[in-house]
Design a protein around this ligand. Structure first.
Ligand code: ZN
Length: 129
């Protein structure tokens, strides 16, 4: 029976053997390292999907913007993405898509700001009439 860690090759006592989702043998150290990597990848892909949905929310906010909430959401999305991209780990995982994510984030912020402004204007116009 193979009880060597598949990542670092350390021979493990049977009690210390841990199997990952693929059935590979891992020691505790390598498994938690792998899990950290997976978590980082997941958070990077979440940042990407938020980055791409920002401009979409921004566009939708021009036609459907209850209480200006979608403007706020589009701006918030963009800020979240720009902040996440400042973390070198996340930026590294996103890699070549970081530029696209940045463009998406800024587009979302700009669209949200414009629709928010329009919402504010129409709100005050209604108040004045
Ligand atoms: Zn190991």
């Amino acid at each position: 029976m193979n009880t060597a860690c598949s990542a670092c090759g350390t021979q493990l006592a049977l009690a210390d053997v841990i199997y990952d989702e693929q059935g590979n043998v891992h020691c505790q150290g390598c498994l938690s390292l792998a899990q950290t990597e997976t978590a980082k990848k997941q958070s990077a892909s979440r940042v990407l999907s938020v980055a791409y949905s920002g401009p979409v929310i921004g566009l939708v906010s021009f036609v459907f913007n209850p209480w200006g909430l979608l403007s706020v959401a589009a701006i918030g999305n963009g800020i979240y993405v720009l902040r996440s991209l400042k973390e070198s780990d996340t930026a590294q995982k996103i890699g070549s898509k970081a530029e696209k994510a940045k463009v998406g984030a800024i587009a979302g912020i700009v669209l949200g700001a414009i629709s928010g402004l329009l919402f504010g204007l129409s709100f005050f116009t209604k108040l004045l009439h």
